[in-house]
Structure formats: C-alpha cells, structure tokens
Design a protein around this ligand. Structure first.
Ligand code: ADP
Ligand code: ASP
Ligand code: MG
Length: 864
C-alpha cells in the first residue's frame, strides 16, 4: 500500500541486550503496525560489544587480548541467544566464524582501517540477526536488511583516512525510489546502525554512537512520519542526568537547540543524526525502552516566538587544546592560514577557537578526530616551525546551550563567579548565539556540573517552571519509579551515632533493623516468592548478630572457607548442616573433607577435587559451579565469570566433570553460577537460570539451580535501586518454564551494605596547592573498597549535617599509601578537627576486609 507512513525506530545497546527489552521492541513494533505504519528498526550492538570489538580492532599484535575479547563476544551472544529461546542453528554462528576469519586475516597485523571497520560491524550484524529471529518467533514478521546496501558514504574534502573509514559521512535526503523499493518488499524491517559502505564497496563506520546517525539517514531517505530513538533514559535532559540528578527532562526542543546540545556533549543523541532530519522536516523523539510509557523528548522545527532561555548545560571530556604562541606576528598576512594548514594536513578538524594578540588556542574534539599521541606529536612538530606550541590535555568543554545566549549574559554572574575560582583555558561564544563554552581541566567537570545547573536555575536563566519546555527531574522520575526511597536509618539515629563516636572512633555501627527490612523486601519480591531457598553469603559480613538476624528471617548460609562454616555453626548450633552451602575456590583437600564430614553441602568448581581426591566424594551429593563464559559487575575485580576469572568449571569441561563424578560415585544434585557483584539489571538472574536449566535438562539428578548473588545496591545518588518487583516477576516466569528445579540465590552485600556505617573523626585538615584535604582517623585498613574497587561511598559530616556544603575536599585516612582516599572530590560543610564524618554503606566488605596494615587497628564493630 503506497503512501503509508514509515516509522524509523532505533534501539541502543542497553535496549537490545536482554529478552525483556526485545519483548518491548516487539510490542512497540506491533503497535506501529496496528496503526497501519511501516517500521524500520535500526539496532546497535549489545551494550559493551563495540568496546570488546575495539580491543580486537586496535590490538592487532596482542594475541591474548584478542582471544579473550573474542571469547567474551561469543559468550555474550550465545547467552542472549539462549535467553531469547531461539532454535539452535542460526545465522549467529556465521557471524562468529566471520570474526574468527577476521582475527586470522593478514590485514590484522597492521590494523588496516578497512579491516577494523569490518571487525566493528559485526556487533550490529549480530544483534540485528538475533533480533530478526526473535521478532519472527514472536509473530512479528520482520525482514533483515543489510544497512550497507542502503547507506552510501561519501568522502569529504580534506577528510583523513581514519575518518573516511571509521567516522564516515552519509549524505541522506528523501529518496522516493528507495522508499518504494523497500515498501515493495514488506512492512517491517530490521537493520544495523553504525555501518555503511563507501564507493569502493568497503564497510565503513559512522563514528562511535553512530547508530543514531543511521536512524537519521534512514528517516530522511524514507521521509518518515517520525524517527524514534529508544535508549536508557527517558529523553534529553538539561544536563547529563547521571551526573546531575536534578537535571530536568526537556519535553520539547527545536532542531537547532537539540543539535547544539548533542554537539556539545549530550551523548544521548549523535550530533550527526539531526541534520538530514531537519532538512527533510522529519521529527525525532527520544524515549526510554525501560519505561516506554513516558513520552520523552520531541524535536521538531522552532516555534517562532521562542524566548531567550538556557536549555541545557553539557560537557565534553577528552578535549585536547593546542595553544600556539608567537611574538607579535598575528597581524602578518597569511599567518593563520599557515597554522590551520597544518591541522588540515593531519586530518584534524578544529572545534573551538580563542585568540589573543600573541596566542591562538584551538580545541580538538575526540569524537571527530583521531587525536592520539602520534598524530599530536606530528602536528606539534610541524607547528613548531611557525610558532611555540603547547598541548593541554585532557580538558573538558562545559557549554551552556540556549537560544539568545547573549541576551542572558546579565543573569550569569553567579555562574561566571563559579568559573572564576578555576583555571579556565578558553572561553568561546558561538556565532549562532546558541552557546557559551568554557574549557577547564577534565577532572573538575563532574563536580562542577551539578553546581552550575543549580546556579542557572537560581539565576532564572534555566526557567524550569516553564512546563512547555521542562518536564520532571531525573531524580523525580527515579523516585516515582522506585516508590519514594525512605531516608537512610542513620539520619534518624544521628544523636545516638554521635554519642557512639564520642566514646570511641573510628567505629563500625550496624543496624539489625535495616538488615531485617532489606531481607524482607527481598524475600517478598514477587508473590508467591519464586526463590525456594535464600542463602546469605556471609563473606560480606560475618558478624554473629547479623548471622542470627538472617537466620531468623529464614536464610540459609553460603560459606567460602571452612572458618566461615565453623563461624556459622558456632553462632547457630541448632542449624541443620545441610542449610550450609560450602562454595570454596582452590581450597585445600582438608577443608572439603571436614565440610563433608560435618554434613555440609559442598560445591565444586574445578575437576581437580574429583580427579585427585575421588574417594572423598564417593556416595556424596555435590553441586557444580559453572562458568557461563561471561562476567558481570560494577568493577573488573568483582567479575567472577569469563576467561579472566579463576572461578567455575568451563562449559567445555562439564562432560569431563560428569564423567569424573560418575567414576567416583558422586551425584551432581545442583548447578550453580555466580557472574559477579553489583548487578542492577533485574533480568540478569533469570538469564542465568535459563542457561543453567538448559544445561540441567540432560542431567537426571539435578534438584536445584543456584543463580548466585551479586544483587547490586546503588551507591551514588543518581543510581536506581534494583527493581525487586521486576526481579521477582522475571524469576517467577522462568520458574514456570522449568518447574522441576528449586531456585536458589545467595545475596551478600545486598542484605547488609546499607545496614552499616563507618564513623570517623576529623584529625587534621590541610590545603596543598588547589587541593583541600580532610584527614580522618579511619583509613583503608578499615575500609578498603574505595582503593580496591574504586567503590563510591556516600560521606556526610554528621556533626554538621544541616550546614551548607562548602569547598570540595579529599577525604583521606592516616595510612601511608597514596591510595588511602575514602572519598575523592566531595562537597562537605566546612570540616573542623573532631567533627564526626559518616561513611555510608559500609556494612558489606568493610570490617570483613579490614587489616592491621601500618599496625593500626581497624575500626571495631558495634550493633545498635
Ligand atoms: P544508547 O546506547 O541507547 O545509544 P547512549 O549511552 O549512547 O545510549 O546515550 C544515552 C546516555 O547519554 C544516557 O544514559 C546518559 O548517561 C547520557 N547523557 C549525556 N548527556 C545527556 C543528556 N543531556 N540527556 C540525557 N542523557 C544524557
Ligand atoms: N555500537 C556503536 C557504538 O557503540 C554504535 C552505537 O551504539 O550507536 O559506538
Ligand atoms: Mg548512543
């Protein structure tokens, strides 16, 4: 049916990484179809996959790095394939063997650009292949389209080879013939973002984040009714909401403003995606795949009466400044031409420019340029012949965006004062009157943005009360979603905590009520609860009072050492030994022997015990810990799956494990996988369960599947808590699909992190250069998480809880290590010697990991 409208819907990395998201995609597509529209889906690679491919593309000579990345890519896609419940043979294997071929390709050694583009392209080729198969299986008849047949890149004048291959440009305009040809083939298509072909027929890329650009091109070519960008935030905000939680949703923007916000750093939309749509008059909306009911941001042509107003503040990091200094030569005819000729020669596109009588400073934007040290030193060498060159990096460019910026200057005195305290390298005001940019050292940006945002609201330059432009804040949306988080227990207990700290400091304080509340919230998630048995992973905090509390709440226990097993038995003498699960890693033989003798359940995660100590396991039940091939978690050091981790039996070794078990007469009664810690996506455990269940299908004696722990606890104010209702619902659903197995879980940190705080007193304060230190009597020997995992713990001055924040400080301990920093770049009220600081979320892996380093005793524990 000609004349039917097209909708182009682009889904980013997180929007295509789980089954739940694909179900949403199927619903969105079906809804458009029901309204008589044709749909072209444009998808990114699974979240993180482009970065893995980059490791291969840029490490031509590092064999081990390539293989590891390759294994992880295969495991990620196989896991999603299993989660989507797709048939075994499918085109995915074809792409994985294409990756094998590319890794063995002779072009690899030189990291040839055309070869790199082919490597990168596989991410989107694989995600779209999985997506097409899933949508068809769901009854949404979808055709797979190779984007390289449709999008043709044109090299630009002066474009360097790197940009021609990896950040190419596609000139896209309405193309009725293309639209008709596609319509003749069908109604629903899925294609890849990020990739195109060049006139030579080679694969090229559209730059990092370029799937948005693909959607923009397709939207213009099809003259679509609308382009939808589905991502992990509900629209474009007045600042990056992950850094500025009070950032407001921008309900409506015109093309020029949105363009400026995207160009100046809002990663949510690639700056090159809007041009073709603006020219073709196609509107664009940005929406949240996780919360599809929210309306998002709508971008279309400007309303004629737009009043001057700041709409957003954005930041670009990784900016390099090149400052060129000379003595009295700027007036010389042709001098600037000579200077810029050098940038042209090295294929570098200049972004901002500031000039003075004897100095010109320009900035290079990393997303538009290959700014590595080779390119920079070649440029500097050439420039050195005509001027004195200084390269300043890394910098951040902070930009205020809004129509009529010059008319707003009188309101910006507070904002300017904030910059006054910093070393500003460059200021630039765009000639289109849409932006004002300040370039500062990169490390200062994250702390500055929330303050600037607040100052702009205060100065009435960002008029958030205008409902036609501004929607709710990120924080508000999060609160709505997470049903108003209670204030932390320690705020209510402030007086008691101050008294405890004056008795002794430093000191860990635990609230058993908080442990109980968290345990109940978890156990009640999803009703009836799909989890048949909860274990507390006591390595997080083995304090006896906590063990007793969780025992009362019905928890069994998961131990990783014989000493932990003994601690549980000593604290809870009446506990049935089979309520203890012993899951050690590389433990000596004697620990297994003792655990078995005590009647404790034992999990094995290697072949060695069965192969060499078979007699221990004869006639026994054992659980098998499997490495599903990938790790998850908030930091490399807490990922416990994948080739880089020492845990678990590899998928390839399961048959050998079963044979050994059979030979020594052991029965495998449970399967277990634990991929890492700090996971906030509620779908994760369901996908583990599905994978374990499919492995267990062929094994008769399996009774339980243990999907591990790793339930994340948000630490920064902007992080969303794990959605327990969704966790419960997704587990209930898989339980229905595989009712034969008992479902076990083993949370640790989740139960106790928020229940503990570390109290410490200020010892000394000091200013060194620009940096202000607040020293406290607790150091990394009491709490090592910040040093070990770069963990972020909230810190407040409990003595001055109601006073306003003052300067930015580094909160440090007394240990002789540069890494003894408990909190970097924090805003606290003015701290004085003797003030009590509270370090939040210290109930897990705090005291449990403490040491006597420097012969300083770690903080002792007290229970309220
Ligand atoms: P996708 O993978 O869906 O393309 P991206 O990670 O590329 O998603 O873009 C979405 C991210 O952009 C958000 O999660 C947010 O962290 C970031 N972001 C930066 N600035 C803004 C802003 N002003 N408004 C919304 N998001 C922003
Ligand atoms: N996968 C590509 C990237 O990560 C393109 C995209 O997701 O937009 O850069
Ligand atoms: Mg993106």
């Amino acid at each position: 049916m000609p004349g039917r409208d097209w909708v182009v819907a682009k889904f980013g990395g997180t929007s295509v990484s789980t089954r739940a998201r694909w179900e949403t995609i199927a619903r969105i597509t079906a809804a458009h179809q029901a309204q008589g529209r044709r749909v072209l889906l444009v998808v990114s690679a699974l979240a993180g996959v482009t970065d893995l491919l980059k490791r291969i593309a840029e490490n031509g000579s590092d064999e081990a790095a390539c293989r590891m990345a390759q294994d992880e890519i295969a495991a990620r896609h196989r896991a999603l394939h299993a989660e989507l419940g797709l048939a075994r043979a499918n085109a995915l294997d074809g792409w994985l063997s294409r990756l094998d071929q590319l890794v063995d390709d002779s072009r690899r050694a030189a990291c040839a650009l055309a070869w790199q583009a082919e490597v990168f392209a596989l991410g989107e080729l694989m995600s779209s292949t999985l997506g097409a198969a899933f949508l068809c299986a769901q009854g949404v008849q979808t055709q797979w389209l190779d984007a390289r047949e449709c999008l043709l890149a044109h090299p630009l004048a002066n474009q360097g080879a790197w940009a021609r291959h990896l950040s190419a440009s596609v000139p896209a305009a309405p193309d009725a013939a293309f639209a008709a040809a596609l319509a003749a083939r069908g109604d629903i298509f899925i294609t890849q973002g990020f990739i195109a072909r060049n006139p030579a027929g080679e694969t090229v890329l559209l730059g990092r984040g370029g799937s948005d650009t693909s959607a923009g091109c397709f939207g213009a070519m099809l003259k679509a009714a609308c382009v939808e960008i589905w991502t992990d935030v509900p629209g474009m905000f007045s600042a990056n909401p992950r850094i500025v939680p009070d950032a407001r949703l921008l309900v409506r923007l015109d093309y020029e403003e949105a363009q400026e916000i995207a160009t100046t750093g809002a990663k949510v939309l690639h700056p090159r995606s809007l041009g073709p749509l603006r020219r073709a008059g196609v509107p664009l909306v940005i929406r949240d795949t996780h919360r599809p009911a929210l309306a998002g941001t709508e971008i279309r042509a400007a309303a004629p009466d737009a009043a001057p107003c700041v709409k957003a503040i954005s930041a670009r990091k990784g900016v390099t400044l090149v400052s060129m200094e000379t003595v009295g030569m700027w007036q010389q005819v042709g001098f600037l031409a000579d200077v810029f000729e050098q940038f042209r020669k090295h294929g570098l596109s200049v972004d901002l420019i500031g000039s003075a009588e004897t100095n010109v400073t320009v900035s290079l934007d990393p997303s538009e340029n290959l700014v590595n040290s080779d390119v920079l030193s070649a440029l500097a060498a050439d420039l050195a012949r005509i001027c004195r060159v200084k390269v300043i990096a890394p910098c951040a460019a902070i930009t205020l965006v809004g129509r009529g910026m010059r008319a707003l200057l009188h309101r910006l005195s507070g904002v300017l004062a904030e910059f006054g305290a910093l070393d500003v390298h460059l200021i630039s005001q765009s000639s289109n009157n849409l932006n004002l940019t300040f370039v500062i050292d990169e490390g200062l940006a994250d702390d500055l943005l929330p303050r600037l945002h607040a100052l702009l609201i205060h100065a009435d330059a960002l008029r958030v009360e205008d409902g036609a432009v501004f929607g709710p804040s990120w924080r508000q949306l999060g609160r709505d979603a997470a049903s108003a988080a209670e204030p932390a227990w320690w705020r209510r207990e402030r007086t008691r905590l101050l008294a405890l700290a004056s008795e002794q400091s430093p000191r860990y304080v635990y609230s058993l009520d908080a442990v109980r509340t968290q345990a109940r919230a978890l156990v009640r998630s999803g009703s009836p609860g799909p989890v048949d048995r909860w274990h507390y992973a006591l390595k997080a905090n083995p304090h006896p009072a906590i063990l007793r509390t969780l025992h009362e709440e019905g928890f069994a226990f998961e131990c990783v050492s014989l000493a932990e097993v003994e601690a549980v038995r000593a604290t809870l003498p009446g506990l049935a030994p089979e309520r203890i699960l012993f899951t050690p890693n590389f433990a000596p033989r004697a620990e297994y022997a003792a655990a078995l003798a005590a009647g404790v359940r034992v999990t094995l995660d290697a072949l060695h015990p069965l192969r060499h100590w078979g007699e221990l396991f004869g006639g026994r039940d054992v659980h098998l810990r499997i490495d599903l091939g990938v790790g998850r978690g908030h930091h490399d050091k807490v990922r416990t799956g994948g080739a880089g981790s020492k845990f678990g039996v590899a998928l390839d070794d399961i048959d050998a494990f079963r044979a050994l078990a059979q030979a020594c007469g052991a029965r495998i009664v449970g399967l277990h996988a634990h991929l890492g810690s700090g996971i906030l996506e509620p779908d994760h455990w369901r996908s583990v369960y599905v994978q374990l269940a499919s492995l267990a299908e062929g094994m008769d004696a399996i009774e339980s599947l243990d999907v591990g722990g790793g339930l994340g606890v948000p630490s920064r104010p902007d992080e969303q808590p794990l959605d327990l209702a969704e966790l419960g619902a997704s587990l209930a659903e898989v339980k229905r699909a595989y009712p034969r197995f008992a479902l076990w879980m083993e949370p640790g940190r989740f139960l106790v992190a928020d229940a503990g705080v570390l109290l410490a007193r200020v010892t000394q304060t000091k200013r060194k250069g620009h940096v202000q230190y607040v020293g406290i009597d607790a150091g990394m020997n009491s709490l090592i998480r910040p040093a070990l995992y770069e963990a972020w713990h909230g810190i407040v001055n409990l003595t001055r809880l109601d006073e306003p924040d003052a300067a930015m400080v580094q909160v440090v301990g007394p240990i002789c290590e540069t890494g003894d920093v408990l909190g970097a770049n924090r805003r606290l009220p003015e701290c004085r010697e003797g003030d009590v600081l509270l370090i939040a979320q210290a109930g897990a892996y705090g005291a449990a990991m403490a040491s006597r380093y420097n012969l300083r005793e770690p903080a002792p524990e007290v229970v309220l």
